[in-house]
Design a protein around this ligand. Structure first.
Ligand code: SF4
Length: 618
């Protein structure tokens, strides 16, 4: 037991470094950044240009753009497409002006579908690169969006980088192995000649690419990679140095993403340590102090196991996996213990055999792991969360400006219909509502005969219950999302003749353009789950109703945005859950203008050749 306390008490936290002094061992920096880099998925960089000259100064270059006219000249110089779409040029200029002429530290960019966000962000980064040699990070929570940047013919002079597990080793001794499991990860003294050579010159696909990304002015990566970067000791070459500009696309996800990064789940069956040396897990409803004491025991065993593994000259594949998992968990538990001991509130939620630990407020972590890596920040999304979002993500104290881009899509081609609601989909009312919802769905499908429709079901349980209620003849033209092959089942539907697709959690990251879907149904408002202790705390202890409504509003707006993808497209969205009425009536201030404009704007829609259509079926 004495060993346990001497180990834990000697964990010392510094803002950007975590050091461990265990027993008589010398102090060593934890390489946590490497340990967490496997969260990602990947594809090759498109840029084969020689990298720009490395910036030998660790401080980001300062950028001073004198005025709007100068900015406009640069924008015209760097714009990569043959022409600007409506609003694009002014938007790039507005962002640069607010950031570098008005000297705001943060700019939020609300840009609906069709605004061409990727090119806007790219142009901002290119202007400061060309004008001042300044460097940027461009990030998104979703790897699929990094792939889109890689595949965009207009975007060049960037290098994308993701976690090691997305690249394959080229060394003859382990060719084809994933880099995170390659021989250089498992053998202490392994030296590889490919490591320091750029991937574009035949070097290591991961390390060579990372070296190249460090030298390129615009590095495109995902949030987990960049957050993990902040934990690499400042003295290490492996670390990206802070840059002048950081763009975070799909910002609406950042709080959830950071929660997944900072929070952790304990499942004894999944942690490769000797649990015989640890007391039984306390009851879920125990005092947090007791739970923290138990976690310190777990942490102590993690440290002991890591020391064992570190002493080995080479690791098996399993040991290598264990080491990565334990490093990741070590960091998260240490982080929690430190934060808890400083008096900050965390919640614990049991789900079967697991317990999830999450901080109530996440902003200080995002500041430490993300914002500190850049002087200026651009947050962009079609659905920038309103209310106290900036406070929630640690940006309340910054100088902030906002840029709003108008939707260029005619509202009459994307109506959101609220007059078809059938009842509430809360847990207690769902049994009564689902049969009515299925009946309404049949009416909608019949009205849209010959047109394909997409149904957002919120959960697999709801999806299955709706499907069961459909008449046999409608089931015959309906496909359900496959839980174990989500995207594959969607692709299968795209290629099929079935009219309807019942989906779960596909309100982001997919594109239902043109005939893929002419109508959508949102079957349930996706409020956060009140059984989650963090949600419960924010509502019952803090009365944070704006935050609660915001979660459902963002999901709704994202879902609606799936249907209409270009000016000539059209798609009708039906809201069937009566809970949407309260959401709309009480929270107008939390919605995007482009969304509010489209609610029940159906009166003279002519895409069906029926100007009198009012979308009522009963
Ligand atoms: S550094 Fe060498 S051994 Fe390691 S993954 Fe790259 S090519 Fe393979």
């Amino acid at each position: 037991m004495e060993l346990f306390f001497s180990s834990i008490d000697s964990l010392i936290w510094y803002p950007d470094q975590l050091f461990c002094m265990t027993g008589s061992h010398t102090t060593e920096p934890f390489d946590v950044g490497e340990a967490v880099s496997n969260l990602n998925g990947g594809s090759p960089s498109k840029s084969t240009e020689p990298p720009e000259e490395p910036d030998t100064n660790d401080e980001p270059a300062s950028v001073a753009l004198p005025d709007r006219a100068t900015i406009e000249q640069y924008v015209e110089q760097v714009w990569p497409a043959p022409e600007f779409r409506e609003h694009q040029k002014e938007t790039v200029i507005d962002v640069l002006e607010k950031m570098y002429v008005d000297d705001n530290e943060v700019v939020t960019l609300s840009a609906p579908t069709g605004a061409g966000k990727s090119l806007i962000i790219y142009a901002v980064s290119r202007v400061i690169s060309v004008a001042e040699g300044a460097k940027s990070f461009v990030t998104t929570p979703l790897n699929s969006l990094i792939d889109q940047i890689d595949g965009d013919d207009f975007i060049d002079n960037v290098t994308t980088i993701k976690g090691k597990n997305n690249y394959s080793c080229v060394h003859p001794q382990d060719r084809g192995a994933a880099v995170d499991d390659a021989i250089c990860q498992r053998e202490d003294d392994f030296s590889c000649d490919f490591k320091d050579t750029f991937d574009t010159d035949g070097g290591c696909p991961y390390y060579g690419r990372k070296n190249r990304a460090q030298e390129t002015d615009i590095a495109v990566t995902n949030l987990s990679y960049l957050m993990a970067n902040s934990m690499i000791p400042e003295t290490e070459d492996a670390r990206f140095q802070p840059r002048n500009f950081l763009a975070v696309d799909e910002t609406q996800n950042i709080e959830d993403f950071a929660l997944n990064f900072i929070g952790f789940t304990i499942d004894r069956r999944e942690i490769p340590i000797n649990f015989k040396l640890v007391d039984d897990m306390p009851e879920e409803d125990c005092d947090m102090e007791i739970m923290v004491g138990w976690l310190k025991q777990v942490l102590n065993e993690i440290l002991n196991r890591l020391m064992e593994l570190n002493r080995k000259p080479s690791l098996t594949h399993t040991e290598n996996d264990d080491q990565e998992d334990l490093e990741r968990l070590k960091h998260r538990i240490s982080n929690f213990v430190q934060d808890y001991d400083e008096g900050r509130h965390w919640t614990k939620t049991r789900d079967g055999n697991t317990i999830k630990f999450e901080p109530v407020f996440i902003g200080r972590f995002i500041d430490r792991f993300l914002w500190k890596q850049s002087e200026k920040v651009l947050l962009s999304s079609a659905t920038i969360p309103k209310g106290d979002f900036l406070d929630a993500v640690g940006l309340k104290e910054k100088r902030v400006a906002h840029v709003e881009v108008e939707s260029t899509f005619p509202t009459k081609r994307r109506p959101v219909i609220t007059k078809q609601m059938v009842g509430k989909m809360t847990k207690s009312e769902r049994d009564d509502t689902i049969p009515k919802l299925a009946e309404r769905l049949v009416e909608i499908a019949n009205f849209h005969e010959g047109e394909r429709g997409f149904v957002h079901c919120n959960s697999y349980d709801i999806m299955e219950r709706i499907y069961e209620q459909l008449p046999w003849r409608v089931q015959q033209r309906t496909m359900c999302q496959d839980q174990s092959a989500r995207m594959e089942s969607l692709e299968e539907w795209y290629d099929s003749d079935e009219q309807m697709f019942l989906s779960v959690a596909m309100d982001e990251g997919i594109s239902l353009d043109d005939d893929r879907a002419r109508w959508q149904v949102v079957a349930k408002a996706s409020y956060p789950f009140m059984g989650d202790e963090r949600v419960n705390y924010r509502i019952n202890e803090m009365g944070d109703w704006d935050w609660y409504a915001n979660q459902a509003i963002i999901d709704l707006q994202q879902a609606v945005g799936r249907g209409m993808r270009s000016k000539d497209d059209y798609c009708v969205t039906y809201l069937l859950d009566s809970s949407f009425r309260n959401l709309l009536n009480k929270n107008e201030h939390l919605f995007e203008p482009w969304f509010l404009d489209s609610v029940d704007c159906f009166t003279d829609l002519d895409v069906y050749g029926k100007p009198e259509t009012n979308f009522t079926f009963s």
